[in-house]
Design a protein around this ligand. Sequence first.
Ligand SMILES: [Zn+2]
Length: 117
Amino acid sequence: MSYLHCHSCDWSQDDFWNKKYNPLTKIWDDIKWLWKPKIIKLDIYTMNELIKYTHVPIIRKKTRSDYKAFSWNWFILELVKEIRIFFQQKWWTWKSWKKHKDIAFCPKCKKRNFDID
Ligand SMILES: [Zn+2]
């Protein structure tokens, strides 16, 4: 997996997609994990970052170190996250990036200071 980002600003995109890793496989993984109605434990930091990113309200109950939420509520958040990521993805595949990297510029700051981790 390769993660493309800009060193001149905070722009980044998801790892390049392929047959095994793409929006549909990620949503399918979410369905497998969250389809059954249940209460799930969530890491506070991850939860807060995802709520900020998606603006999806989560009904949650605080435990000693984490929070618990209803799986379907979390699924909606994951779905919104994947849709946002989908629309932010500039170069879908490694092949597409290789083809455009010499003429590509950052969608946010318009500079050419990319890095791949
Ligand atoms: Zn940039």
